[in-house]
Design a protein around this ligand. Structure first.
Ligand SMILES: NC(=O)C1=CN([C@@H]2O[C@H](COP(=O)(O)OP(=O)(O)OC[C@H]3O[C@@H](n4cnc5c(N)ncnc54)[C@H](OP(=O)(O)O)[C@@H]3O)[C@@H](O)[C@H]2O)C=CC1
Ligand SMILES: O=C(CO)COP(=O)(O)O
Length: 308
């Protein structure tokens, strides 16, 4: 059955999601703030509204859709970030604005350039409403895009969001040529840090071992296609942040996320050594090598106690 899908955000990810849905035979309208039609016009009869704007665009688009009263519309959010003013996740913003609607989070190891090139990929759709998640699963699933469901939307969303900070660290690690052992240690301890934060905020450990956690961490920590990785790499080879962001193709959400995350973790007493060093590096408070030294010189501790 043809479904009417409106995709908000014609950046790299919105364009890719729109083409995946279109290839499955659905009626897709792609909207950006450059479009001649209003968001209200293109959303008026949509069955599904997919938001693929960057974090800074989430509140503005939610505000433009406030008029929408149809409870049967399913919102799908594909943004990976934290709101700087409220520290909310994108799905929390959507759900607060549309309490009667189902909200589905879509996240996974999904470097858009690879998907655009027709390479196979997999993703997760997480929601408290599993019927809605299953519907979205069918809409996007294809021979080149395998979609799984998950009942822990917060875990799915935090996996995709927090790995961006680790991808900056991984890019730094590679830019400094610290080797494969260092990178493996960073990614493994990065996952432990993500799980510690996620558990504290109510997400399930198992979700972080899935595609949106470990999967996306592996993809972005190992691919020069990742914008977040590129930020870390650039800093490690001596570029400054402004210069890197000026030349970056698209958004590196980890830059904003690390700042929001460090503020929240400090308030809540969550131990986040890697993210804290990334934040200091981005703020120019520490050199890449000094950040590595700080991580290596910490007190020794057991490996498996996730609270440490
Ligand atoms: N690219 C990827 O591989 C993937 C990206 N993501 C996530 O998806 C999100 C978008 O990423 P991506 O598409 O790559 O980023 P881009 O920088 O390519 O695009 C960002 C999009 O957000 C829109 N936007 C920003 N601010 C506003 C606003 N105030 N009002 C309306 N629209 C706005 C931009 O509109 P305009 O063009 O008008 O500026 C643009 O369409 C990010 O959170 C990212 O982490 C998730 C999975 C994969
Ligand atoms: O989230 C992504 C892939 O899953 C895209 O990563 P970047 O935003 O770092 O490019």
């Amino acid at each position: 059955m043809e479904t009417k899908i409106t995709v908000i955000g014609a950046g790299a990810w919105g364009t890719t999601l729109a083409s995946l849905a279109k290839a499955n035979g659905h009626q897709v309208r792609l909207w950006s703030r450059q479009s001649s039609a209003t968001l209200a016009d293109v959303s008026a009869d949509a069955d599904i509204i997919v938001s693929a704007v960057s974090m800074k665009g989430v509140r503005p688009v939610v505000e433009q859709l406030r008029f929408l009263q149809r409870k049967e519309v399913i919102f799908v959010t594909a943004t990976k970030g934290l709101d700087p003013s409220t520290t909310c996740t994108p799905s929390q913003i959507w759900q607060a604005a549309f309490p009667a609607n189902s909200v589905v989070v879509l996240a996974g190891p999904n470097l858009s350039k690879e998907i655009q090139a027709g390479l196979p990929a997999a993703t997760v759709v997480g929601s408290k409403d599993l019927t809605a998640a299953k519907l979205v699963q069918i809409l996007f699933n294809s021979t080149r895009f395998r979609v799984y469901t998950n009942d822990d939307p917060l875990g799915v969303e935090l996996g995709g969001t927090l790995k961006n900070v680790m991808a900056i660290a991984a890019g730094t690690c590679d830019g400094l040529q610290l080797g494969t052992n260092a990178k493996a240690a960073l990614v493994t301890r990065g996952l432990a840090e993500i799980i510690r934060i996620g558990n504290h905020w109510g997400a399930k450990t198992d979700t972080f071992y899935g595609l949106s956690g470990l999967g996306d961490l592996l993809a972005t920590c190992n691919s020069p296609l990742s914008r977040n990785y590129q930020v870390g790499y650039g800093l490690a080879i001596g570029k400054n942040l402004t210069e890197i962001l000026t030349h970056l193709e698209g958004t590196a959400e980890g830059v904003n996320t690390s700042q929001v995350l460090v503020q929240l973790a400090n308030e809540q007493g969550i131990y986040i050594p890697i993210s804290a060093q990334v934040d200091r590096l981005l703020k120019g408070e520490v050199t890449p090598q000094a950040a590595v030294n700080s991580l290596m010189l910490r007190d020794v501790k057991p490996e498996t106690d996730l609270s440490l």
